[in-house]
Design a protein around this ligand. Structure first.
Ligand SMILES: [Zn+2]
Length: 336
């Protein structure tokens, strides 16, 4: 009896409590699918801190009802499909291959920050662009938070981080003993702003020289949640050596949220990047640039399916509206 009780006790403490999981909910164009334009993802720490990673083209408005509270907005880079130079006309509008989107006057990133009174955590160059838009919309500046690399959330008024690649921002609720640690990491990509969101003068000057306007380096993130889950959010990136030296060997990321897509070549290099460099316990697949599912099931002939076949860790599709729960070891505990 004593042994049985001891075993039961051990089993109880060894099991991760459901309340200790991080909840990950992708918000895409079509509920129940992983569609071509899907990128936006909401993360919820067990302490209640809620983050939106790249508003993208996936929201119908800054106060899209699917968002709920958003304490922190992460912006990986300036491309329209991340910053959000378009909004989704309606949830489910258009096809899974090409959702129906409408150009916006101000980016969806600025609109979410204004609607949700959020903290923007991104590089100083990108924060400068969003701060300008915010000033236009809200009539008041999007100032640096009272501490440049930390905030108690929810904040009283929207604010921005002041840091760059390698910087660490801590977002903590007042009641929690520990905060969520957000590190900006390298991405191998390009970081030009969508022309439709630039001023006429800037757009004309760029056109005259066939140039693009870059806002410093594009980025990814490593987000360390309070349950131990350490998520590498790749951003749009080609394979690069910091996936091993920084993301794996320094941060020990145990979950990778991997952006696919044609330009960075990850359909070709992704298996090596994940299996040999990042080596996470699990992978969440997004940014497929193809309809990866049909009726909620992975299309067997898709490029996404071909990549998943080559991955060593279990890979889960970022199905819109489906909440997945991950424990501190990077294992999916529910919803996958
Ligand atoms: Zn992209």
């Amino acid at each position: 009896m004593k042994t049985a009780l001891a075993t039961l006790f051990l089993a109880t403490i060894a099991l991760p409590a459901v309340g200790q999981n991080v909840k990950i909910t992708p918000l895409g164009s079509h509920p129940g699918e992983l569609c071509a334009n899907d990128r936006a993802t909401v993360f919820e720490d067990p302490t209640g801190v809620r983050l939106l990673y790249d508003p993208a083209h996936n929201l119908v408005a800054g106060d899209d009802p699917r968002l709920g509270d958003i304490h922190v907005v992460l912006l990986s880079h300036m491309h329209g499909d991340h910053l959000g130079d378009r909004r989704l006309r309606a949830v489910g509008a258009g096809t899974c291959a090409s959702s129906e989107r409408v150009l916006t006057q101000n980016s969806m990133t600025s609109q979410v920050i204004a609607a949700k009174n959020s903290v923007l955590v991104t590089t100083r160059a990108m924060a400068g662009f969003v701060a300008n838009e915010y000033q236009d919309m809200a009539g008041e500046p999007l100032s640096v938070c009272s501490q440049p690399v930390a905030a108690t959330v929810p904040v009283e008024s929207a604010c921005r981080s002041s840091m760059d690649i390698g910087g660490v921002f801590v977002a903590k609720t007042a009641e929690a003993t520990q905060g969520v640690e957000i590190t900006i990491v390298y991405a191998s990509h390009v970081n030009n702003a969508p022309p439709s969101l630039l001023s006429d003068a800037a757009r004309e000057a760029l056109e005259a020289d066939g140039a693009i306007l870059e806002y410093g380096p594009p980025t990814g993130y490593v987000v360390k949640f309070t349950n131990g889950l350490t998520a590498y959010l790749s951003g749009d990136t080609g394979i690069h050596s910091e996936m091993k030296t920084v993301v794996n060997e320094f941060h020990h990321a145990n979950l990778a949220v991997l952006n696919l897509g044609n330009n960075p070549g990850i359909y070709i290099s992704g298996a090596h990047a994940i299996n040999e460099l990042v080596q996470p316990a699990s992978v969440v697949i997004t940014h497929a640039n193809e309809p990866a599912t049909e009726d909620g099931v992975l299309r067997p002939q898709s490029r996404t399916a071909a990549l998943i076949e080559q991955l060593d860790p279990p890979a889960y599709l970022a199905i819109s509206g489906r909440t997945m729960e991950f424990d501190g070891q990077g294992r999916c505990a529910a919803g996958c």
